[in-house]
Design a protein around this ligand. Structure first.
Ligand SMILES: Cc1cc2nc3c(=O)[nH]c(=O)nc-3n(C[C@H](O)[C@H](O)[C@H](O)COP(=O)(O)OP(=O)(O)OC[C@H]3O[C@@H](n4cnc5c(N)ncnc54)[C@H](O)[C@@H]3O)c2cc1C
Length: 275
């Protein structure tokens, strides 16, 4: 409760920016064993290691960091909050990101960073499982993000198709364009319903990992297809940054990558099917 009071209130008010640091240079999809370690020393943990590709790292006020508490032992991990300004804790920016440019990414380095045991999130040694829970919720969020982007692209494509004329007709009068629009709408609606279903279970307090993975995989891959079609409807103008679809095309590409790639989601789904 103290942690919620200290951190979540400020984040909710927009006063602080958070970050979640799981990925490392040698551990992306497989975070069952990590190189970043947290060693207990009295009332402190001492953290050493590197995290990379972390959203908001250059601007975050604190990081929730997944650390290996028993070196080399799978799943023996602990989540710790590290505040900006802690001695030995550095953040640097990674330049040249394709999309979602409003959210910078960066690297964290930890050099004998001492954090109080009060900064422990959840239970010591259970960090891996806490992270999976967090990712399950996050995956529904990414699915919703993808549905929103696809809907935005469809709205813009519809408007453009009704405005743009070629061969003395609105391009919306060509049946080929109409069918593209219809196919886009079908896919968005299907992804939205799957996302709502996953979110509905989350609201009920019941997380079904294979369902959140299905929602994320279907919605994110759908959004890439739909945004690609929207760009096609815009013709050459879709390729120009002045139009939103150019940005959507770049932004959407992250969605099947972060919070677990599509391949990892399919592994989760297949494992549940074959159980
Ligand atoms: C913009 C951006 C923001 C990010 N934000 C964060 C963040 O805030 N916090 C954080 O911790 N991380 C973050 N990440 C990292 C992201 O979660 C990882 O990039 C992602 O989990 C994949 O890890 P990797 O890049 O190391 O790829 P790898 O794990 O090396 O995978 C490479 C390829 O192999 C495939 N692959 C790997 N294992 C398997 C398998 N078992 N079966 C089939 N295929 C497999 C992958 O799907 C992928 O196609 C971010 C990344 C980006 C690009």
């Amino acid at each position: 409760e103290e942690q919620k009071e200290k951190y979540l209130v400020k984040v909710a008010r927009g006063e602080w920016i958070s970050s979640g640091a799981f990925t490392e240079p040698a551990h992306g999809s497989d975070i069952t064993v990590l190189d970043t370690t947290a060693k207990r020393d009295g009332d402190y943990y001492v953290i050493n290691g590197t995290k990379t590709l972390i959203s908001n790292a250059p601007i975050a006020d604190f990081a929730v960091v997944l650390c290996q508490s028993e070196p080399g032992v799978r799943y023996k991990q602990t989540l710790l909050i590290v505040d900006k300004g802690c001695e030995g804790f550095e953040a640097s920016k990674i330049e040249g990101k394709m999309g979602i440019r409003a959210s910078p990414i960066g690297e964290y380095s930890f050099n004998n960073v001492r954090v109080s045991i009060e900064n422990l999130v959840g239970t010591e040694g259970m960090g891996f499982y806490h992270t999976l829970e967090f990712l399950d919720l996050g995956r529904v969020g990414v699915a919703a993000q993808a549905v929103g982007m696809a809907q935005g692209a469809l709205d813009r494509a519809l408007r453009y198709a009704k405005e743009r004329s070629q061969f003395n007709r609105k391009i919306a009068d060509f049946q080929v364009i109409q069918h593209k629009l219809a196919d886009m709408a079908i896919q968005i609606e299907a992804a939205r319903l799957l996302t709502y279903k996953a979110a509905w279970y989350v609201d009920k307090g019941r997380i079904i990992p294979e369902l959140t993975s299905m929602a994320k995989t279907y919605a994110t891959e759908m959004a890439i297809r739909v945004i690609d079609e929207a760009l096609q409807i815009f013709g050459g103008y879709g390729y120009i940054a002045e139009y939103d679809v150019e940005r959507y095309y770049r932004d959407v590409r992250i969605t099947p990558l972060y919070e677990g790639t599509s391949e990892i989601q399919r592994n989760v789904i297949a494992k549940a099917l074959l159980r």
